[in-house]
Write a protein that binds this ligand. Structure first.
Ligand code: AQP
Length: 329
């Protein structure tokens, strides 16, 4: 069985971009793969986090995994900080990473832009992400398009380790959806939808009230052409809304174009708002059940045990390859 690893940062409330770019594929892949899905709390602290908010968001992301349909009996769901091998392998891989490689990362450039002081953790984040993946010798990594560059670095680090210390790591492949790989902001289609964007009108949060979702979609920016046609280069705003429709209603872009041929944006937006609200309502119901029942704590404990079994073996092998003296058992 091929191995799959991915994670989401508890750095805010999850958006429909996180769902379409990542979680939707987590749910699909769990049936035929050995899956590890993390809440990457160690990544979240690469930018300042309020401790109470971090705790709440970490539990919330785990509960959303379950609510979205990840079955804890099929996939290991866990918090990154519950498996200390992530931080240790992260350090080992940091020593293999070149400054120039990290300096080229667009996410670092975006997140550090205009800041007076930037934490070193934000800079070395991609080495920790490589450790997350390589710790499980994952074959496939389901991510949105924005993480492609980090995954490329992971592949380079795996190759570098293998040629320097002997073949050990699996070189992972990205698993990126064809449509909706990058859901854009509702108010600015040149920026990706991000959970940490302070402008609430830019996002659809998975835990937004349906009335709020309807309002956000009705206010979403569009062009003045009023033709429902998928053309991400010339019509990025409507194409983005069409991607959201396609994923939440499970219909093709061609079918959406055919359905709204000759119509203005109004009817399309109205249907989209209803569609997204109907899609999100059962997810929210299940989410609140999971939070109320407390089952998330058992799931996280079991997930961390499963993950640690694999992670410990890998870390020992990595250290052996690198020349560390292993402690006697
Ligand atoms: N807009 C998006 N479209 C498609 N996929 C997306 N992802 C994030 N935003 C979009 C995918 O969600 C997964 C989890 O991402 P993350 O939390 O590890 O970090 P991120 O990519 O930085 O996500 P955000 O929402 O933008 O978080 P903040 O605001 O904290 O930086 C990844 O697979 C990502 O591709």
């Amino acid at each position: 069985m091929k191995r799959v690893l991915s994670g989401i940062q508890p750095s805010g409330q999850l958006t429909i971009g996180n769902y379409i770019g990542a979680m939707q594929n987590f749910v699909k892949l769990q049936h035929e793969h050995q899956c590890f899905f993390m809440v990457v709390d160690l990544h979240a602290i690469t930018v300042p986090q309020d401790p109470a908010a971090l705790r709440e968001q970490s539990e919330s992301v785990a509960a959303l995994y379950i609510a979205a349909g990840i079955d804890p009996n099929k996939a290991a769901i866990f918090l990154q900080s519950h498996v200390p091998q992530h931080a240790e392998l992260g350090w080992l891989l940091t020593t293999l990473t070149y400054m120039g490689e990290l300096e080229r990362m667009t996410q670092f450039k975006d997140k550090s832009e205009g800041k007076d002081s930037v934490g070193a953790g934000l800079f070395v984040y991609p080495s920790l992400m490589a450790a997350d993946i390589l710790l499980y010798n994952a074959d496939l990594v389901p991510v949105g398009d924005d993480q492609k560059q980090h995954l490329e670095l992971t592949r380079d680090l795996a190759g570098r380790f293998n040629s320097r210390y002997g073949n050990y790591f699996t070189v992972p492949q990205p698993f990126i959806p064809e449509v909706g790989a990058r859901i854009m902001s509702l108010d600015d289609a040149s920026k990706k939808m991000s959970k940490s964007n302070a402008n609430a009108g830019s996002n659809i949060f998975l835990l937004d009230d349906p009335a709020v979702i309807r309002k956000k979609i009705s206010r979403a920016k569009t062009d003045s052409e009023a033709i429902v046609k998928y053309d991400p280069i010339h019509k990025p705003e409507i194409s983005n809304l069409m991607s959201i429709y396609s994923h939440t209603a499970n219909v093709s872009i061609a079918d959406i174009e055919a359905k709204y041929e000759g119509q203005m944006y109004g009817p399309f937006k109205k249907d989209l708002a209803e569609q997204v609200a109907a899609f999100i309502e059962p997810l929210q119901t299940r989410y609140h059940e999971v939070r109320r029942s407390g089952e998330v704590y058992d799931v996280l404990q079991k997930g961390a045990q499963q993950a640690q079994e694999v992670a410990e073996l890998t870390l020992n092998e990595v250290k052996r390859h690198m020349g560390f003296v292993l402690p006697r058992r």
